[in-house]
Structures are given as structure tokens and as C-alpha cells.
Design a protein around this ligand. Structure first.
Ligand SMILES: Cc1ncc(COP(=O)(O)O)c(C=O)c1O
Length: 344
């Protein structure tokens, strides 16, 4: 399989850090190769550039070989690296399906990469026919969050498969909310399709948004390509240590996910019964979208109750919508009380 990288990057020589030249040994070694402070501080040493231990642990957890795994400073950094690495500014483009997660277009704009759009249908489904009509050989990346943000719904696997089979570039299925979805992950597609990458993150269900850790799963060729262009130490030691610990907490995370999903159903049911809530959209995530009579007014009223939701009204098909994240049971109780105090 040929390289995915822009032509001039294919001959790029990765920066060889001290730790990538010499990282491990059987016996105790004296490391005088990286100009670090030699005294005993917890973080005096550079981190492992390829995060071997963490990738081995995540690989076991996700049942994916570590060689098919890329880790980044949040999924955001992986998205940015993909756009930078694969798309030639002024020549090539990315495809997105609004309403969608904002970072894809922002990442492309920062690099002067054209963003082509094929909106979702008003019911927030993929318009596969329009996508197939729009694709052309200069489209290098297509980003599809599944479940989608901000609409919170999930897409049909058949639609995603049709896109994977017909898209000329790399299809990135962004599963930031995978743990909350009743649908299967597309992780196994990485073995089937050479042009599919799946993103997941520690920021949502895993409760580590502050540590910044995103995961990209793909064929080895692409992972190797990304490794040659990534910043040398793109994950810090604190994040690596925190993630190793969090992997031991999966029982607790699972219980929290179940509770959030149950709370989501309860909240959505209560909101369906409110006069000024016109529509509650289905959700497979830890948030949901509602259409209200006047989103600006309702947003400000909730602020008066000390509750911050997201006014998503400016996004495609999202007029008068609010996006609400599931909180703790106590926070959700306060949200319901606030909602009940608002009248038509
Ligand atoms: C679909 C989607 N992808 C990625 C992200 C960002 O993930 P990370 O925190 O890992 O950068 C978000 C955050 O809201 C998201 O909604």
C-alpha cells in the first residue's frame, strides 16, 4: 500500500529524539543523551515517543495490535495531523456533513485546505447519494462522527459502508461517543478497509478530557505515516500515567456510562412533555438535542438558573435547538426543576 502522505512528506525524515534512538535496555543504564536534569524528579525524563506501554495496554483492551494504533493529544490533534499530513493546500479538500463537529473545518481552515460540505438530511441522516455525487479524486479526507455531534444520533452502518467503498480518500469515523451508543463500533472495519480510520477518545465516557488523549485505529501504513510527521513527544508522561490508571477503572466507567444512559432516557422523557419543547431528537451519546420555541430566550433563562447548555441554533438544520449534556443525577434533577419553572 502506498503512502497516504502529501508528496513532499513522503521523503520526510522524522526527527530522531534521544529517546527514539535509545529507549530501553535490560540492565540499568546511565542516560546522558537527552540533556535532562539527572536528579530524581518524577517527570525529569522525556516520555516514550511511541508510547509503547500505553499502546500495548490499549491494544489489549480494544483487541487491536499496537501497530495499528496512533495516540494523540486529544482526537483534535489527530484530526489536525491528518489534515496537515494528507491534504495539499490549495489543491486538495476534505468533506464534512453539517451539522457536524466543528474541529474538522477549523483544522482545515488553519491549513488553507478547502472544506466541501454535503449536509445531512433534515432528519440528521447521511445523504449518501449526494455524497457519492460530490466525491472526486482530490478529496483526501471525509470526517463523519458516529454518533454525530451536535445531533447525537447514529448513522446506518450500510450508509457508512457505501461511503467507505466509494470514497477516494480516507474515511475517518469519529467515535468520540462510542461507549454511549447501542450500535457496534466500526473498529473491526480497520482490518477490512484500507481507507478507514476510527477515532475514539478518553475525553467523554472515560472522564479524562483534561488529560487530552485521543486514539486513532487504522492500517499500519497510515499509522507509520503519522508517526513520521507527529511532534516527537506528542503525549506527556502525566497523561500516559493517568491513562494507564484509568484502564484499571473500566468497571467504574461502565457503571457511570449505564447511569448516564438511564438518566438521558429519563431527562428526554420529561422534556418531551413540556409545551415549549417542540422536539426531542434521539440520542446515542451523553448529550441530546432539543428544538424549543425560542432557543436564545431559553438559553438565557437556564443561565439565570446557573445552568449552561449549548445553543446550537446557528448550525445547519438546528434552528432553535439546544444541546444538553447529561450531568450527575443531582445536576439533572436541578435541570428538570429549572425546565419545569419555565413556562410558555
Ligand atoms: C465528535 C467529536 N470528536 C472529537 C472531539 C474531541 O475529542 P478530544 O477531546 O479527544 O480532542 C469531540 C469533542 O467534543 C467530538 O464531539
Amino acid at each position: 500500500m502506498k503512502s497516504w502522505l502529501r508528496t513532499h512528506l513522503q521523503s520526510h525524515k522524522a526527527y530522531t529524539s534521544a529517546r527514539s534512538e535509545f529507549s530501553a535496555s535490560d540492565g540499568p543504564m546511565i542516560y546522558l543523551d537527552a540533556n535532562e536534569n539527572p536528579y530524581d524528579w518524577p517527570y525529569s525524563r522525556y516520555p516514550d515517543p511511541l508510547q509503547g506501554d500505553l499502546k500495548a495496554a490499549i491494544g489489549q483492551w480494544k483487541k487491536v495490535p499496537p501497530s495499528q494504533l496512533f495516540l494523540g493529544n486529544g482526537s483534535d490533534a489527530i484530526i489536525q495531523l491528518l489534515i496537515m499530513g494528507l491534504c495539499e493546500p490549495g489543491e486538495e479538500s476534505i468533506l464534512i456533513c453539517p451539522p457536524t463537529f466543528g474541529m474538522y473545518a477549523v483544522g482545515a481552515a488553519l491549513l488553507n485546505i478547502e472544506v466541501e460540505t454535503v449536509p445531512l438530511t433534515p432528519q440528521f441522516q447521511l445523504d449518501v447519494r449526494a455524497i457519492l455525487d460530490a466525491v472526486h479524486p482530490k478529496m483526501k479526507l471525509c470526517f463523519i462522527p458516529n454518533p454525530n455531534n451536535p445531533s447525537a444520533n447514529w448513522f446506518s452502518k450500510t450508509d457508512l459502508q457505501t461511503i467507505a467503498e466509494n470514497f477516494p480518500g480516507l474515511l475517518v469515523i469519529d467515535e468520540a461517543y462510542a461507549e454511549f451508543s447501542p450500535d457496534d463500533s466500526a473498529l473491526s472495519w480497520v482490518l477490512e478497509y484500507p481507507n478507514v480510520m476510527v477515532l475514539q477518545t478518553f475525553s467523554k465516557a472515560q472522564g479524562m478530557a483534561g488529560a487530552r488523549l485521543g486514539m486513532g485505529f487504522a492500517r499500519e501504513t497510515l499509522i507509520n505515516d503519522l508517526n513520521t510527521i507527529k511532534p516527537p513527544y506528542n503525549l506527556n508522561s502525566l497523561t500516559i500515567a493517568a491513562a494507564m490508571e484509568q484502564l484499571q477503572q473500566q468497571h467504574r466507567v461502565q457503571k457511570q456510562v449505564e447511569e448516564m444512559c438511564a438518566q438521558r432516557e429519563q431527562l428526554m422523557k420529561v422534556l418531551t412533555e413540556m409545551d415549549w419543547v417542540h422536539e426531542v431528537f434521539p440520542s446515542a451519546a451523553n448529550f441530546f438535542l432539543i428544538r424549543v420555541d425560542n432557543s436564545h430566550q431559553r438559553y438565557l433563562q437556564l443561565l439565570d438558573h446557573g445552568i449552561v447548555v449549548r445553543n446550537t441554533s446557528k448550525k445547519r438544520h438546528c434552528e432553535n435547538t439546544l444541546r444538553i449534556t447529561i450531568g450527575t443525577p443531582e445536576e439533572n434533577k436541578q435541570l428538570i426543576a429549572a425546565f419545569k419553572s419555565l413556562s410558555l
